[in-house]
Design a protein around this ligand. Structure first.
Ligand code: PBG
Length: 327
């Protein structure tokens, strides 16, 4: 007795058939490369928990951005590691701050070939490592004092040439405060990519090595989202869009594919997924041990994030994947 062959089976017989019938694809256009730039170092410094990722000098950053632009990756997102940290994160909006200097230098290097995104947060710049101004009495992050700082940071980043600012601190009203400040400063064309559904995740561990921003006390659970919740993500995202977010993000990506799908379904603005440091580190660590094929797993991760509904993916794999896609 023979059974009829299923249609899906007929359409997956050869690579060309699979490409033709595929619902989702991953292209270089879907990638955003996160880059770290550190003040006061002479040579790039490897990040132990993120093999292949470095803290750049201004010079090595420029070279990396050139290579990324030549691969036709459309965008980078910059994180700064300042030489000096204090309670208010004063270096975050310094005119000669590490990210402001980097933005000017990259604009000169790549022109409009790369979209320059600047992460707008305080944790890399505060001596306590929290994403905002900490109230001396309650030891909690003061939401309203913090969003004023984010607005100041955004303006200096736009002054330095950022195409997009990306507030990542999960403070209430941050998008509205930043939009108002950008407009008042004449930066009406600077866009906002809001980290709208950002979860309090243990998957950020390696990033905190790279950005030297682990909190010195407490954790971020009072301002970042609880992993138990997904409906709340729609609330957060709706408010960000109402305040003026041009694009929204779900972060991390893989453990939150349901959230990406729900956000995609509910809103029409571009949706980003952030394949975060811990997701990258897990793939790298297992591959180093020979336990899995890191390149293949990486591509599978990124494709899954797109299949869930993301329009683009922030990923430390961006350069390697682009090289493979061009090969
Ligand atoms: C905050 C910020 C973090 C990440 C991006 N922006 C760290 C945090 O919230 O603790 C994490 C990204 C990653 O893990 O790759 N400025």
């Amino acid at each position: 007795m023979s059974f009829p062959q299923r249609r899906s089976r007929r359409l997956r017989r050869t690579p060309a058939l699979r490409r033709l019938a595929g619902e989702t694809s991953l292209t270089v256009d879907d990638l955003v490369a996160p880059l770290f730039v550190k003040e006061g170092i002479d040579a790039p410094e490897p990040v132990a928990s993120m093999p292949g990722v470095v803290q750049h000098t201004q010079e090595s950053l420029r070279k990396e951005a050139r290579a990324i632009a030549d691969l036709r990756i459309p965008a980078v997102i910059l994180f700064g590691v300042p030489a000096f940290k204090d309670g208010t994160g004063s270096q975050a909006d310094a005119r000669d701050g590490v990210v402001q200097v980097a933005l000017r230098s990259l604009r000169e290097e790549v022109g409009d070939d790369l979209v320059l995104i600047a992460d707008d947060c305080l944790d890399e710049y505060t001596d306590h490592g929290h994403c905002g101004i900490v109230d001396p009495v309650s030891h909690e992050v003061d939401n309203d004092a913090t969003i004023e700082r984010y607005a100041e940071i955004a303006v200096t980043q736009a002054d330095a040439g950022a195409d997009i600012v990306a507030p990542s601190g999960m403070m209430d009203g941050q998008v509205g405060a930043i939009r108002a400040a950008l407009d008042a400063a004449g930066h009406t064309t600077t866009a906002i990519l809001a980290y709208s559904a950002k979860y309090a995740s243990a998957l950020y561990g390696p990033f905190r090595d790279a950005a030297e921003c682990a909190p010195s006390f407490g954790d971020r659970r009072a301002y970042q989202m609880d992993a138990a919740n997904s409906r709340e993500a729609l609330d957060e995202t709706a408010l960000d869009i109402a305040e003026g977010a041009d694009m929204v993000m779900v972060k991390p990506a893989l453990a939150y594919l349901d959230v990406i799908a729900a956000v995609r379904d509910a809103f029409d603005v571009p949706v980003a997924g952030y394949h975060v440091s811990g997701e990258y580190a897990m793939v790298k660590a297992a591959a180093e041990r020979g336990w899995l094929d890191g390149d293949a797993v990486g591509l599978e991760h990124l494709l899954a994030i797109k299949r869930a509904g993301a329009d683009f993916v922030l990923t430390y794999l961006a350069r390697a994947v682009a090289e493979r896609l061009h090969a």
